[in-house]
Design a protein around this ligand. Structure first.
Ligand code: NAI
Length: 332
């Protein structure tokens, strides 16, 4: 049995978490959940955004499954997601986007994995506002080590999973120093993995190429902000935010979560698609070495997605979150 910290989160978080927990239980996945929450809901109830008990649970279990978290807007609140990623050096944000039979999109044959640097760049939290001159500076802090870590992780993943190519998305033509660090780190990693084709693209061209010929990409590696934006773009290529999973991975801890946020526009209405969090849970099961049960759930999910009537509204169906979960369970 694996003890896993479960963070239901805010907005649609509790609904999709409940669905995922039910599916894993029906599949008899060898997971024991330790539930600890964070975010806006927790803050409203206890005045704490990230309770100490949550941190203790993560530090003990080293694996978490997390629903989306809302960070209260305003001064003094640092994003909880960014805080967790930085605190535990979860430097890899791994986000696969793949076209799925039954899920309607404009594209075919998309199968790419985005590696987003997860702790540095414009998310370093280094900002200064000079009120006198009305100037705000946000620092894009990037370290040689950080670049080396994420670039090497992307190549190592490509090698391990039989992927053929790694593309670095950057802006080194304008961000001369920070961009060059990524270029250098990727060239270094590429030299270590000569069997993997390496190319680099400037981020603006990358966006155009992604929406015109996404099938040309395999593994993509990039910095924090570019990765955040490309993640949603890639989700749009394969059916939207309701279906794409993600993982925050460090050397000795991993927190799995969907790409999407707390979706306040549909929260509490039973409309949310739990597929993205379920796929994140499947990444978690793979991480834990539980391949057989992950594959069994994946097949049941695939069968469910083939029947549009059984899907949630974002995929053109009429099923509620819990009905969708039941269809997946029935298909097991
Ligand atoms: P969002 O990802 O929550 O929603 C964008 C759109 O996608 C909305 O129309 C929403 O209804 C739809 N959507 C998202 N997930 C869906 C699902 N599972 N099923 C069906 N439709 C889905 O992005 P938004 O509105 O920009 O952010 C809302 C809040 O979430 C903010 O407070 C933000 O900070 C937070 N957030 C948290 C993240 C995390 O915890 N990892 C990631 C992104 C945003």
């Amino acid at each position: 049995m694996h003890l896993v910290t479960l963070i239901p989160g805010d907005g649609i978080g509790p609904e999709i978490t409940q669905a995922v927990v039910a599916i894993l239980a029906a599949a008899q996945a060898p997971v024991v959940w330790e539930t600890e929450n964070a975010g806006q809901t927790t803050f409203d109830a206890s005045g704490e955004l990230i309770p100490v008990s949550l941190l203790a649970s993560l530090e003990k279990n080293r694996v978490g499954l997390k629903g989306p978290l809302t960070t209260p807007v305003g001064k003094g609140f640092k994003s909880i997601n960014v805080t967790l990623r930085q605190k535990y050096d979860l430097y890899q944000n791994v986000r696969p986007s793949k076209t799925t039979p039954g899920v309607k999109t404009r594209y075919e044959g998309v199968d790419l994995v985005l590696f987003r640097e997860n702790t540095e760049g414009l998310y370093s939290g280094l900002e200064v506002y000079d009120e006198h001159h009305g100037i705000a500076d946000s620092f894009n802090r990037i370290s040689v080590l950080g670049c080396k870590h994420i670039c090497r992780a992307a190549f190592a993943y490509a090698a391990k999973h039989g992927r053929k190519k790694v593309t670095l998305a950057h802006k080194a033509n304008i961000l001369k120093m920070a961009g060059t660090l990524m270029l250098n780190a990727c060239q270094e990693a590429a030299a270590e993995f000569p069997q993997i084709v390496y190319e680099d693209k400037i981020i603006d061209n990358m966006c155009m190429q992604l929406v015109t010929r996404p099938e040309q990409f395999d593994v993509i590696v990039t910095t924090n902000l570019f990765g955040d934006i490309l993640s949603d773009l890639c989700a749009g290529l394969v059916g939207g935010l309701g279906v794409v999973a993600g993982a925050n991975i460090g050397d000795d801890m991993a927190i799995f979560e969907a790409v999407h946020g707390s979706a306040p526009d549909i929260a509490g209405q039973g409309k949310a698609n739990p597929t993205a969090l379920l796929r994140s849970a499947l990444m978690m099961l793979e991480h834990l070495g539980e391949h057989a049960v992950a594959q069994r759930i994946e097949q049941a999910l695939g069968a469910t997605l083939m029947n549009k009537e059984h899907c949630t509204g974002d995929l053109g169906g009429k099923a509620s979150t819990s009905q969708f979960a039941q269809f997946v369970i029935d298909n097991m």
